[in-house]
Design a protein around this ligand. Structure first.
Ligand code: SF4
Length: 533
């Protein structure tokens, strides 16, 4: 029977675990939370302990976008209540968008929670944990506006070969279904120099891929009055020595300008991939959603992107069942999806969120929404399959990843992302199949590394041999066709980190500049900012 009690804390460093719910912004914020806890002297719980939620500090970084977001949080907290009864020294902290929204309500509903902090004061986590432990009572601290730009906080990155870099936080749009502006505030832009410095630091640590993050990256620069700032930033980040792949999320069709398409096409390291949220194909519904573009403009952008980058993969977000959506409106969504030929789509049933302008609107019957949702998924599945089947025979370069291929073990493949961000499962040469499967030392960490054995972070050139709705298969190595491994600094960085974990090497890692809690770090905005400092 696996024990759930933790050994006494005084005999070992305290451990932590950060659980992330929601979007990429939250994934990156969780990396800052982990960095802050490591700066406090805690260490990440081992994978087997994390799986059993055995840690001294457990942080849940919440999302508020979906209806079931609250169910997921309180479901998690219910399970942790028992663990905390068995480990009274354990601390539970709740952060992120639902914490920003529900505040002290979380402690009222789950009094075993020790700390509640918001989206604007991630930096307060260490102090609040210490204070809660010292005063033996829950600490709830929510800031109404950003205290410290998250990117200046210590960061424990999930991956060594690819990293997230925030370019802005918050959003100036007011989409009527969306709670984000309410919880993350107005858009705040980082100065380009700071972003380039962070990308440079990431590359120095071994990364070859970076994803620029913002709720609405296209309006980047609005705060310092430069409408072309995002296109310039793409070119500049793409020119950072050592960077091989630049991605970004999320753009907004209303602010998506041709200079961005030109920058993507002209900068070889900017990947031919675009995630462009459509939400609805009906102009009437787009107006009701307060999404200031119409289907013609949306399709026009896709046409110009494909003219400039014929192999670009385009994905999207679509909401079905927005209040007032008629069958004709929904037919428009199906029409735009058919014309857009998305390689994949995140499809959602409308979820009323308290605090959003659309919350008071009369919802559609669940059965109607469900039936439309199924029709949309069926259509997109067909298109995704056709678009992926069209990739068969193409030569692609795959950035080998960790944990992308659930079936890799039994399928004797490794997985990763092609330049267009499609998921590829690729076969190793037959002579390598099963290498390392018998346990023992990881052959990818061997001094005399087999030249055809890729490590996470390395790049492998292969030929696509099969297209499925949600992934590609490249078994060209087994068919005597294209298979070339290109070693990278990212693969070296991955191997070094794994050797440290395995006790085969010493750690050479820093968490970036030290942030002094409570002391505002200059956000790098033009002098107008002095008012805030
Ligand atoms: S652009 Fe709209 S959907 Fe996206 S974060 Fe802003 S308000 Fe929400």
């Amino acid at each position: 029977m696996t024990t759930t009690t933790l050994p006494a804390a005084q005999d070992r460093p305290r451990t932590y675990l950060v659980r992330t719910l929601g979007c990429q912004m939250n994934v990156h914020d969780s990396e800052h939370m982990a960095g802050l806890l490591e700066e406090l002297g805690l260490v990440a719980a081992r994978p087997e302990d994390a799986a059993a939620e055995r840690a001294d500090v457990i942080v849940i970084n919440t999302c508020a976008v979906r209806e079931n977001a609250a169910d997921r949080l309180y479901g998690n907290l219910g399970r942790l209540a028992r663990l905390k009864r068995e480990n009274p020294g354990m601390q539970i902290a709740v952060g992120g968008c639902l914490a920003q929204k529900d505040r002290a309500g979380i402690v009222e509903r789950a009094p075993w929670v020790d700390v509640v902090f918001g989206t604007h004061n991630i930096d307060a986590l260490p102090v609040l944990l210490e204070r809660a432990r010292h005063n033996a009572r829950a600490e709830v601290e929510i800031a109404e506006s950003l205290q410290v730009f998250p990117s200046t906080l210590p960061t424990r990155r999930e991956s060594v070969y690819a990293g997230w870099v925030s370019i802005s936080v918050g959003c100036n749009n007011t989409c009527t279904f969306c709670i984000v502006p309410h919880l993350r505030g107005k858009e705040r832009d980082r100065r380009p120099g700071e972003i380039l410095a962070e990308v440079g630091a990431l590359v120095d640590e071994g990364a070859i891929e970076v994803t620029l993050l913002g709720q609405n990256v296209n309006s980047y620069g609005v705060e310092f009055g430069d409408r072309q700032a995002f296109a310039k930033l793409l070119r500049a980040v793409g020119a950072v020595p050592g960077i091989e792949r630049v991605r970004f999320t999320s753009p907004h069709p209303a602010a998506f300008t041709d200079d961005v398409i030109e920058a993507m096409a002209a900068t070889p390291t900017v990947m031919p991939q675009l995630h462009m949220p459509l939400q609805s194909g009906s102009d009437r519904i787009l107006r009701a959603m307060r999404r200031s573009y119409r289907s013609t403009k949306f399709l026009g952008i896709l046409e110009r992107v494909r003219a400039a980058m014929p192999h670009a993969a385009i994905t999207t977000d679509i909401i079905v069942g927005f209040p007032g959506e008629t069958e004709e409106d929904f037919e428009q969504t199906l029409r735009v999806v058919e014309e857009s030929r998305f390689s994949s789509a995140f499809t959602f049933q409308y979820s009323p969120r308290p605090g959003t302008p659309a919350y008071e609107l009369e919802p559609l019957p669940k059965a109607v929404v469900q039936e439309r949702y199924e029709r949309l998924v069926e259509l997109q599945e067909r298109i995704s399959l056709e678009e992926n089947q069209a990739q068969v025979g193409r030569t692609v370069e795959v950035l080998v990843a960790e944990g992308e291929g659930r079936k890799d073990g039994e399928s004797r493949r490794v997985s990763g992302r092609a330049a267009d961000n499609r998921l590829v499962h690729l076969a190793l040469p037959a002579r390598l199949a099963g290498l390392g499967a018998e346990g023992g030392a990881d052959p990818r960490l061997a001094e005399a590394l087999d030249p055809e054995l890729p490590r996470p972070g390395d790049l492998v050139e292969v030929e696509v041999t099969y297209g499925a709705p949600h992934h590609l298969v490249a078994d060209s190595a087994l068919q005597g066709r294209t298979y070339r491994v290109r070693r990278t600094r990212a693969g070296d960085a991955w191997a070094q980190r794994e050797r440290v974990k395995a006790g085969l090497a010493q750690e050479e890692h820093s968490h970036g500049p030290t942030a002094v809690p409570g002391v505002p770090v200059p956000l790098g905005l033009p002098v107008v900012r002095t008012a805030l400092a």
